[in-house]
Design a binder for this molecule. Structure first.
Ligand SMILES: [Fe+2]
Length: 193
């Protein structure tokens, strides 16, 4: 059994979580402006990963193991992405979040939706980012709510959310290059997405 599972978060993880909570108390701007640097600095300490691991991702889904986070509070999750995996365009919950790539490579594409009919949307690309290990990306619904993720190789990334939401809203491609919005559930406590 891992140290995290048997004794709770290690000291480095607990310290990070406490500092992230302090940032959130200052507001979402402080959270996204200063949080990524906090996480990047935290994982440069090798003791951060004592008892911290991903669940192995099968070929057809990513995994999202909780690292630290009390119910109703902010949470850090450790994602593993299988090679050649695409996560459909999706949006979060009106609150910003951020991630730091630990290993591998991730492509993140920011998009905006325009209503093109009854529950039909066209997506337009705003920007794209190629994340290498140590790089951070911010998802801020006030700026870039919709994004898709692609992992060309097996990759692992740490994600920080201001709350541990149980669902997300995805955009599924239908006819005529248009998308429909679909709610999908997120597994909060196990290896499944
Ligand atoms: Fe996302």
């Amino acid at each position: 059994m891992s140290r995290a599972a048997s004794h709770g978060p290690n000291q480095a993880v607990s310290a990070l979580s406490e500092r992230l909570g302090d940032l959130l108390a200052l507001g979402d701007d402080a959270f996204v402006e200063r949080g990524p640097a906090l996480l990047q600095a935290a994982i440069r300490d090798p003791t951060f990963f004592d008892g911290v691991a991903t669940d192995p991702a099968p070929a057809d889904s990513y995994t999202r193991r909780k690292v630290v986070g009390d119910p109703g509070s902010h949470v850090v999750r450790f994602m593993e992405w299988p090679p050649g995996y695409s996560l459909l365009p999706h949006e979060h919950h009106g609150r910003p979040c951020f991630e730091v790539l630990v290993d591998g490579l991730l492509v993140v594409v920011d998009m905006v939706a325009h209503e093109a009919g009854h529950d039909e949307y066209e997506l337009r690309i705003l920007d794209s980012h190629v994340l290498h290990p140590g790089d951070a990306a911010v998802v801020d619904p006030r700026v870039n709510d919709i994004h898709a993720v692609y992992s060309p190789v097996r990759s692992r990334s740490l994600h920080v959310y201001p709350d541990d939401a149980a669902f997300a809203v995805g955009y599924c491609l239908g006819d005529n290059d248009r998308y429909t919005r679909t709610r999908f559930e997120l597994d909060r406590d196990s290896s499944r997405p």
